[in-house]
Design a protein around this ligand. Structure first.
Ligand SMILES: NC(=O)c1ccc[n+]([C@@H]2O[C@H](COP(=O)([O-])OP(=O)(O)OC[C@H]3O[C@@H](n4cnc5c(N)ncnc54)[C@H](O)[C@@H]3O)[C@@H](O)[C@H]2O)c1
Length: 144
């Protein structure tokens, strides 16, 4: 069964982080620059929370907060759901569905080892299915 490790081998282990004092505006600009929907909030190597597009909608825009003033620590999501490099793709998909989340930080033996999204799981499953179809086609038509 495919594991988180295999997804990280393809997409990389780089994690975009901000400190708790980063303003919502700076975090949003960073997310736009990198084309990502979330940043992990860390301090001295410790994972404190995650700040996502949904946090911006719920706790800043809808609350009429000032993005240039509010630090992410005030509006980030805590009580994080995480995964590990040895967890399976199916386990992660079930976790994301049950908790209604799109991003899973990956915690390895030495700390933060990556981040995976529902999009990463889908992309991995689609490419695996394409491979299986190609193999079956080759079996059916090349052995005639
Ligand atoms: N074709 C692909 O390989 C692929 C993979 C993932 C997402 N997508 C597409 O991108 C769009 C949005 O994706 P999403 O909802 O999964 O979330 P997203 O926009 O937050 O993530 C996009 C990519 O950036 C990575 N990423 C996100 N936050 C990160 C962080 N803090 N540090 C390091 N990497 C980070 C994700 O792992 C994912 O690969 C969707 O349209 C999705 O289909 C495509």
């Amino acid at each position: 069964m495919a594991t988180v490790s295999e997804i990280l081998d393809r997409k990389g282990t780089n994690v975009v982080t901000v400190t708790p004092d980063t303003t919502v505006l700076d975090a949003a600009r960073l997310m736009n620059e990198r084309g990502i929907g979330a940043v992990l909030v860390t301090s001295q190597g410790a994972l404190l929370g995650i700040f996502t597009e949904r946090d911006i909608m719920r706790r800043v825009v809808a609350a009429e907060g000032k993005p240039g003033v509010i630090p992410v620590r005030e509006v980030m999501s805590t009580g994080l759901t995480t995964t590990t490099p040895t967890s399976t793709v199916e386990e992660c998909a079930a976790l994301m569905t049950a908790r209604r989340i799109r991003h899973l930080p990956v915690l390895g033996p030495t700390g933060l080892a990556g981040v995976i999204t529902i999009g990463d799981l889908l992309a991995y499953q689609v490419s695996e299915q394409a491979l299986t179809i190609a193999q079956l086609n080759s079996y059916l038509y090349d052995t005639r």
